[in-house]
Design a protein around this ligand. Structure first.
Ligand code: SF4
Length: 64
């Protein structure tokens, strides 16, 4: 599974970073950066949670 971001949707709310700081960061503009592009195991579960809580629906986990 690959973790993807949509910068046009991200509003810099930071929930993903606060929830999973090992997987996400924020750039200088506050927009999401992905630190682990292909999360596995516990990281995949954590990434799935972040996808769910993002208020802007800017994150997705895709099968590729
Ligand atoms: S939770 Fe969503 S809107 Fe907020 S920084 Fe992360 S990706 Fe962007």
């Amino acid at each position: 599974m690959k973790l993807k971001k949509d910068h046009d949707r991200c509003i810099g709310a930071g929930q993903c970073v606060r929830t999973e700081p090992r997987i996400f960061d924020q750039d200088d503009e506050g927009l999401v950066s992905i630190l682990v592009e292909r999360p596995q195991g516990a990281d995949e579960a954590a990434a799935r949670k972040a996808v769910y809580i993002c208020p802007a629906k800017a994150l997705s986990l895709v099968d590729e």
